[in-house]
Write a protein that binds this ligand. Structure first.
Ligand code: NAD
Length: 297
């Protein structure tokens, strides 16, 4: 049994905290939204009235927050200097690499071990404890984090030093965003050419166009019955979150000098889709934007 503070019990954090409780840990939770905190308390967590109160006496602190500015603020105001020295800090939020590395440095200077451990697998993976964790930090910190992460996920990959978990996450999601846009364009082109969607799927799912966006998450209804296209593009993985991750990738590319011309174009498509009021739809719904543009020409 480990004393764990869990800060940010939203869509992902709530089921992750539940899985820590299920594994027999003592969890103290904090969230700025009282209803979400109450939901975590119903599941067996102790509700704290602030991040500082949650981390007092904690051996491990897990954060699952929206973005870098929240992580930076919660670390500065609620964790560093308030959690016991030597506590292990695990940030599972998806944030920019620069903030992740700055927070690592502040944690190290404060006498804490830290890992950045963003996840892939969505709310379904969080509920089923099958998340993939991409972890950045020292060998020692990652070794300490591993048994805790194993209660919430199935695959844990040590990606290197501080911030490298975030680097892996945004590189992966940049590929995903581009691939989904490319699959969507191909299906719209097929429609224009009179090629049946199922036939294109039958060919490409076993040919060189094969990728996860096609075989697991096909953006047209039919070929993959479990994909969001079969339920009106209800998420899944919302376009807003894809746009966030593409933005983080573009930001990291600019800061590091990498050329990501295709990602820039794909990101502009998700931006247009979100601007059209579809930010809450699954990101595979991008095909509807591409189809609408095609018909207009
Ligand atoms: P969410 O908005 O549902 O949860 C974030 C929680 O943090 C909210 O409950 C919010 O009230 C809380 N919060 C914000 N500021 C706070 C503060 N100062 N103190 C305490 N709590 C605070 O978001 P989510 O979908 O759970 O995602 C969390 C993170 O995981 C994000 O970084 C997201 O990009 C990433 N992620 C999400 C998914 C997904 O499918 N939802 C998948 C992979 C990664």
């Amino acid at each position: 049994m480990t004393k764990i503070a869990f800060i940010g019990v939203g869509n992902m954090g709530n089921p992750m905290a539940r899985n820590l409780l299920k594994a027999g840990h003592q969890v103290t939770a904090f969230d700025v939204v009282p209803d979400l905190l109450a939901k975590a308390a119903e599941a067996g967590a102790t509700a704290a009235s602030s991040a500082g109160e949650a981390v007092a006496g904690a051996e491990v602190v897990v954060t699952m927050l929206p973005a870098g500015k929240h992580v930076d603020q919660v670390y500065r105001e609620g964790i560093l200097g308030k959690a016991p020295k030597g506590a292990l800090l695990i940030d599972c939020s998806t944030i920019d690499v620069a903030t992740a590395r700055a927070v690592h440095e502040a944690a190290r200077a404060g006498g804490y071990a830290m890992v950045d451990a963003p996840v892939s697998g969505g709310v379904g993976g969080a509920e089923a404890a099958t998340l993939t964790f991409m972890v950045g930090g020292s060998d020692d910190a990652v070794a300490r984090a591993r048994p805790v992460l194993e209660n919430m996920g199935r695959t844990i990959v040590h990606c290197g030093g501080p911030g490298n978990g975030q680097a892996a996450k945004i590189c992966n999601n940049m590929m995903l965003g581009i691939q989904m846009a490319s699959v969507a364009e191909a299906f719209v082109l097929a429609e224009k050419l009179g090629l049946d969607a199922q036939r294109l799927f039958d060919v490409s799912s076993t040919a060189s166009g094969q990728c996860w966006s096609l075989t697991t998450y096909c953006p047209v209804p039919g070929p993959v019955p479990t994909s969001p296209a079969n339920r009106g593009y209800a998420p899944g993985f919302a376009a807003a979150l894809m746009l966030k991750d593409m933005g983080l990738a573009l930001q990291a590319a600019k800061a590091s000098g990498a050329d990501v011309a295709v990602a820039e174009k794909a990101a502009s498509l998700y931006q247009d889709y979100a601007d059209a009021g579809e930010a809450g739809k699954d990101f595979s719904g991008i095909i509807n934007l591409i189809r609408a543009r095609a018909s207009a020409e």
